[in-house]
Ligand binder design. Structure first.
Ligand code: ACK
Length: 977
């Protein structure tokens, strides 16, 4: 900013030269006739020059540092003839500060600014060329403290022309930066000083942090701090804030620009800070204004339920419309319904929801602790963040279920018995609500505060003694009961303390007389009992109602009914756990009874001895290899009476037969799984020798299915298969290979629970009428057995999986004989050539695929039993996956096309064939409809049969199966894999 520019001053500059003959002004004008104020002095020949040129007063206009720019020419002294002695090539510049415009300043009052020398001086020559070498020099002065100043130029004998003098100061010019206005700012007095300047926000703008900039001595704006932002409803455009147009909004000063209203919202105003939701759409308080307006979700879809005793598992898929939100969760409403009265009540607090009832994120939930045999309605409601803002109806899907039998209620009444230094005896009562027959109790105990290391004892009795405890230590006990429905929950914790060693020692001593007395009493008692026995009286337990049918030589000479204890109490199965893992006696694996030198020891290790007097035989239900199989009842002391199956060993058996017979019990006794037939015990101390197992009301599965052909839903069939697979998984986990898995060796109870049975060693195959001798001498049930087991007796869990596939086929075809009447040799050949059983009728594709997987030639490619269980569980949970059936027409693909015609088969005419399968009544219909040859018949499909009027499912099956059988025989094989 100029304070003075001698070149722009039109009139007199008002400068004073002193002495008068020193500096003189040259009155020149430029091309525009404007005066050029040039002062010159050139007294180079004279001694002692002191010529001053004094400016008029110059206001500094508030600047505290000013700059003086001089433009001048200076004569080179060397170019001057003779004047070298006095000639100078510099001049001095001075200033004097003053608040007012007044003269009378003495030269010595001026303060020197600098001596000014020329960068370039000129010579005579230059003068001749009229080339003036103009020098420009700038000096600054500050800090100034007064309103103005004078400048003075002192010549001491140079030849100078002062062409222009410009006096100015520097300032940072007003700017708008980051929406803040910064005013004109004069730079500071110091050359390195930065002046902090505050800006002010432009219209419609605001700030969190007041904006600042720094004005440098050079007049530049530096280091901006903070900024202004257009307030809500306004956006920045070219350094100003402009209003948001209708349909646009800006919610916060921090947003850059106005945005279009998000979906399902609008605004008709200018300068909107938010948009309004359309009808039926909402925005939660916590939703950002930039988010679309949303609405409650639609109802969940495809809910399915799976009832397991008194638990219900629900699964569904998310709603088709989530309302535009991601925060969909589910709420389960539970109603208990009376089917007769048609009324429903809230379920109440006893129902537990896993993981929770409200705010479920996953699409499944489990309800436990429901009442047994009760109808429930569960409403699965989908909710999202705006559900509570919507007055609309609830969006839910409801599922009706009926619960089954409940697991037993917890044991509540636990009492301590004898407590010693290393043992604690306990007794308890049956739970209040056993909900079935209690099969056993599980007692968990651990030293207090050592819960990660616990022991589990299983007991059929309501008493146990925990042994091997530490003296003077507190132990925590919990007990739970098991019925066919599974385990109940554990009882609350009961704490008992063992006695210290010192107390035990003294009490042991004090017991000596008591023991002596007891022994005496015992001897007397024994004598009395023997007396009774000799006189032929019956026992006092009420046992001994055995039926003569089973030819039980009933041992009436028994004075006490119950178990006789083995070496270790076989009632109690004891396992130790540490951090959830079994610690001792090690991982539970199957122990081959053969490894026992004495087979009797094996049987008593794994099976309880039952007094024959506790068994009542009612009727013969079948014949086994070793003798009759009977049904009856078992009544053990302190226990409820149980229905049981009793296998007997016929009289006149050899020692080997006895060993083999009891071998099955030694194996069965090692298993404890709801899908493995449960061994109650054995009778070996009296004759006949018996194996007592749980009773399975519906007998063996193959006969049961044949009897109930077509009677079950697919889900029921899959449920049976699931049970068998679960049992087999357990066996394979135990390391037991069954070798004879077939529907005939599965038993089924009245609840349609399937259990694997028929365990044995080599015997198992001898016993099976299906087993045939192979070329290598073994006896093998060919149709059920994997090729590697037939070929080189490679029996593994993988070969059991093959057999399981055959069982699947048997189940889905309701007990049909695998490979029908093909000979064993043909079966071996066909399977070897890669043919497999075709899909049974109406078989879900998923099941047939699983069968084919089980029949993979490479045994390692077959699924494992745990995978089979998982797969079946998935199908059960998602019943719609079972709806796709194996296409009827593709069930026996390409057999005829590839392998000739049925005409060359066993039947000469359609009539003969239909007669042979007892379907002769349809001969006429077949002939009338063009099925007059066996070749034509071969094309018949199920649809054709229905069209022909064969409406009975049994007849359809018979005809289709026969056709299939013929086709299979024809190709000497089956479905090529
Ligand atoms: O098909 P079923 O009636 O069922 O005929 C056979 C018969 O004995 C010879 O094995 C039946 N059976 C075997 N064990 C049991 C059992 N635990 N419960 C009921 N029936 C059984 C089988």
């Amino acid at each position: 900013m100029n304070l003075l520019d001698s070149r722009t001053v039109m009139g007199d500059l008002g400068w004073i030269a002193f002495p008068k003959n020193g500096w003189e002004e040259i009155g020149e004008v430029d091309e525009n006739y404007a005066p050029i104020h040039t002062y010159q002095v050139c007294k180079v020949m004279e001694q002692n020059q002191n010529n001053w040129l004094l400016t008029s007063w110059i206001s500094n206009e508030g600047a505290s540092r000013i700059f003086i720019e001089l433009k001048f020419t200076l004569r080179d002294c060397n170019s001057l003839p003779g004047g070298l002695g006095t000639c100078k090539e510099t001049f001095n510049m001075y200033y004097f500060e003053s608040d007012e415009n007044g003269r009378n300043i003495k030269e010595n009052q001026y303060i020197k600014i600098d001596t000014i020398a020329a960068d370039e001086s000129f010579t005579e020559l230059d003068l001749g060329d009229r080339v003036m070498k103009l020098n420009t020099e700038v000096r600054d002065v500050g800090p100034l403290s007064k309103k103005g100043f004078y400048l003075a130029f002192q010549d001491v004998g140079a030849c100078i022309a002062l062409v222009s003098v410009r006096v100015y100061y520097k300032k940072c010019p007003s700017v708008v930066r980051h929406l803040a206005v910064f005013p004109d700012t004069i730079t500071g007095a110091d050359s390195s000083q930065l002046l902090e300047v505050s800006g002010s926000c432009v219209n419609h703008s605001v700030t969190d942090e007041p904006p600042k900039m720094h004005c440098s001595a050079e007049g530049e704006w530096l280091v901006p701090i903070g900024k202004c932002m257009c307030k809500a409803g306004y956006e920045e455009e070219n350094g100003t804030c402009q209003v948001c147009r209708p349909g646009f909004f800006k919610a916060s000063p921090h947003s850059q620009s106005c945005s279009k209203c998000p979906p399902h919202s609008y605004t008709h105003e200018e300068a909107s800070t938010s948009c309004v939701c359309e009808k039926d759409y909402f925005r939660r308080e916590s939703d950002p204004p930039t988010m679309a307006c949303t609405r409650p979700p639609s109802a969940p879809r495809n809910a399915i339920s799976n009832v397991n005793e008194t638990s219900v598992f629900l699964e569904w898929i998310p709603p088709a419309d989530t309302g535009g939100r991601k925060d969909v969760s589910y709420y389960i409403a539970c109603k208990k319904c009376n089917s007769h009265a048609g009324v429903c009540d809230e379920c109440g607090g006893h129902v537990r929801y896993l993981p929770q009832q409200i705010g479920l994120k996953n699409t499944s939930v489990m309800m436990v602790d429901l009442l047994a045999h009760t109808n429930y309605t569960f409403e699965i409601e989908a909710v999202n963040g705006v559900s509570d803002l919507s007055p609309g109806a609830r969006q839910y899907v409801s599922v009706n279920v009926t619960t089954n039998q409940a697991a037993p209620s917890p044991v509540t009444n636990v009492k301590k018995g004898k407590i010693a230094k290393n043992s604690i005896s306990l007794s308890w009562q049956e739970p209040d609500r056993p909900n079935g027959i209690i099969l056993e109790y599980e007692i968990k105990y651990f030293e207090k505060d050592q819960e990660t290391s616990y022991t589990i004892i299983k007991s059929k009795e309501t008493t146990i003694t925990a042994e091997g405890l530490k003296p003077a230590s507190v132990y925590v006990f919990q007990i739970r009961a098991r019925t066919a429905a599974g385990y109940g929950v554990f009882s609350r914790r009961f704490e008992f303390e063992t006695i210290p060693v010192s107390v035990a020692a003294s009490s042991d001593q004090s017991q000596i007389p008591i023991i002596a007395v007891s022994v005496t009493v015992g001897v007397i008692l024994l004598a009395v009992v023997i007396g009774f026995l000799l006189s032929g009286s019956c026992c006092d337990c009420g046992c001994g109602r055995a039926s003569s049918l089973c030819a039980v030589a009933h041992p009436s000479l028994i004075w006490r009914c119950g178990y006789s204890k083995a070496k270790q109490d076989p009632e109690e199965e004891k396992m130790h756990f540490h951090n959830g893992h079994i610690k001792l006696p090690g991982v539970r694996t199957y122990i081959d009874p053969h490894t026992y030198e004495d087979p009797n020891q094996a049987v008593h290790e794994f099976a309880k001895e039952i007094e024959a007097s506790c068994i009542t035989i009612e009727r013969v239900i079948g014949a086994g290899e070793f003798g009759e199989v009977c049904s009856g009842r078992l009544k053990l002391p302190g226990k409820r009476e149980l229905p049981v199956a009793i296998k007997t060993l016929k009289v006149g058996y050899t020692e080997k037969q006895r060993r083999d017979f009891l071998g099955e019990a030694s194996i069965m006794g090692q298993f404890d799984h709801p899908n493995i037939i449960h061994l109650e015990g054995v009778v070996t101390k009296s004759k006949p020798v018996m194996i007592v197992t749980e009773y399975m009301e519906n007998g063996s599965l193959d006969t049961f299915l044949k009897k109930n052909d077509g009677q079950f839903t697919v889900i029921q069939l899959v449920g049976m298969l699931r049970g068998i697979a679960a049992g087999m998984k357990y066996l394979s986990d135990m390391g037991y290979v069954h070798r004879d898995l077939a529907a005939r060796n599965i038993l089924i109870n009245s609840n349609l629970v399937c259990k694997v049975s028929d365990f044995g060693l080599s015997r198992v195959l001898e016993d099976d009428p299906e087993a045939a001798y192979t070329t290598r001498g073994g006896k093998i049930p060919i149709r059920w057995t994997a090729p590697e087991a037939i070929a080189f007796r490679k029996f593994t869990s993988a070969s059991d999986v093959w057999s399981y596939g055959i069982v699947m086929w048997e189940v889905v075809s309701y007990g049909e004989r695998p490979y029908w009447e093909m000979t064993n040799q043909d079966v071996i050949k066909a399977v070897e050539e890669g043919y497999r059983l075709p899909s049974p009728m109406d078989c879900p594709a998923a099941l047939y695929q699983l069968m084919l997987d089980c029949w993979q030639k490479d045994r390692n490619s077959r699924p494992k039993f745990d995978e089979i269980v998982n797969m079946l569980d998935k199908l059960i949970r998602n019943p719609s996956s079972l709806k796709t059936l194996v296409n009827a027409s593709s069930r026996v693909p390409n057999l005829l096309a590839e392998h000739g015609s049925l005409g060359s088969g066993a039947y000469r005419s359609v009539g003969e064939w239909l007669e042979a399968i007892k379907m002769g009544r349809y001969t006429e219909i077949f002939m009338e409809n063009g099925y007059s040859s066996m070749d034509a018949v071969a094309q018949v499909t199920l649809e054709d049969l229905r069209r022909l009027g064969v409406t009975l499912v049994g007849h359809q099956k018979k005809i289709m199966n026969s056709l299939q059988e013929m086709k299979v025989q024809l190709v000497n094989g089956m479905v090529p894999l």
